[in-house]
Structures are given as structure tokens and as C-alpha cells.
Design a protein. Sequence first.
Length: 266
Amino acid sequence: MDMSSRSTTAAIVVALMLLAAIAGCGDGSEGRGAAARAREWAAMQRDKRELDVQRAELARLRGHLASVPVAADGTPAIPGDAAISREVATRQQRIAARSSSLGERLVRHLAGLRRGAAGDGPEWQQAVRLKSDEDVAVAQEWIDRGGDYRRAIEILETQRQLDPGYARLEQALARARDMRFVTAQRFVRVQEGMTPIDVRAALGPVNLRQVLRRPAERLEAWYYPKRDGGRAAIYFRYDAERRGYVVYRTELAAGARPSASSAIVG
């Protein structure tokens, strides 16, 4: 996913368009006819199904890469796995672009629907639910790829205003809020000798802005935020025999702002 200011701006535009639709600004009189809307609705449903299939395959490839031997710089040690890494990057870009397009089309579709005087019509409800499902997937991508719980929560909270009470949306939001900050109870699960994939399973994906790598020294540190504003740290050292990084130390109170010069301890 393109984690840039462009994505944030697009999200704001989407939110504003949705608010306009909710307010009744799009009454359908200037939109496409019913037949054209039906064709577009069928196309969006098909695109959503295809996107979910592509995401499942991407998740499978990521899972494979997470368990392969790596060099000290973190890149796959086997040429075939390096090719898979490049394929993952390409797939991520394609899925992100297609997801962005689908989101924009859903917003336009919602804006073109007439809202019934007695409440939301079935077309509106179906389109809102499809958007909720897509937003859940997009939010999860922000977490899986970059550990960005803040952005994921923003996406889910915005959509909840449009689709309150939807169980899948509520569950995703509750989990994102729960995992955003590390707790002492979860932190004690991390033990010396664990791999990065083990740590992710215990604490969730780390925010990439809170990772410090020193390939020349074969050291790496992951910092997880705590609710009180501090950080917990996981320190990894490259193990040549295991051909990967393993935990050699943990620190529940690592401070709020680790410096580049002293963040990794020996």
C-alpha cells in the first residue's frame, strides 16, 4: 500500500464525499440510470471478490517469506525467495491501486443513490456494507504491512459512522485498538531465541517507523508503543547457524524516544 500523503488526502476526499451523500446531496437525478447503476454494482461486486482472492494469495506469499532464511541485511538468502520478494512488492502495488479505484467507485455509487424518505433503501445498505468490508481489508493492510494501527483505526472509525453496528467492522476496530499498544501481559510472551515471526504472533506487526536496523553489526531493534507514551523494545541479533535474526534481549521500559546511537544495546 502507498503509505503517502496522497493516500491520506484521498481518504479525506472520500470521507467528504460520503458526508455529502449522507446529507442527500446525491439524489440520483443527475446520475446514471438504474440499468447503468446495476451494471456498475455487479462489476464492483466482482472486483471485490477478485481483490479478496488476490489478497489471500499475497498473504500466502508473505507468510512464506517470513519463514525463509535471510542474510544479515534482512533480504532472502535464497535467489528463488528473492524473486518471490519482488513479486510480493509488485502484487502489493497492484492490489493497492485496484483497491483505491474500487473505493472511489463505491463512493460515487453511494452518492448517486436516492435515499428513501422512510430510511435507507436496500441498494444503499448493500453498497455501504461492501464498502465496510473493503475498508476492513484496507485497514488490515495498513497493519500487516506497516504496523500502522493509528491509520487503520481512522479508516474503521470513519466507516463506522456510515455503517454503525456492523459486527465485522466493530470487531476489526476493537482488535486494532487492543493491539495498538503493547501490554506487560503480552510482552512477557516474548522470549530469548524467538524469531521475528514469533514476535509478530505475540505482539502484532511493528510499526516500520519504530524499527532500527544495523546490518553491519548484525543487530536490529523493534520498538512497540505503550499506552503511557513509553516504548517497549525487542532486540535481535543475527544468528548465522539459523540464518535469521533471533531475540537476545527485551526491555519493557525502553524510553519514549530511543536515539539512533544508543537504541540497540549489546
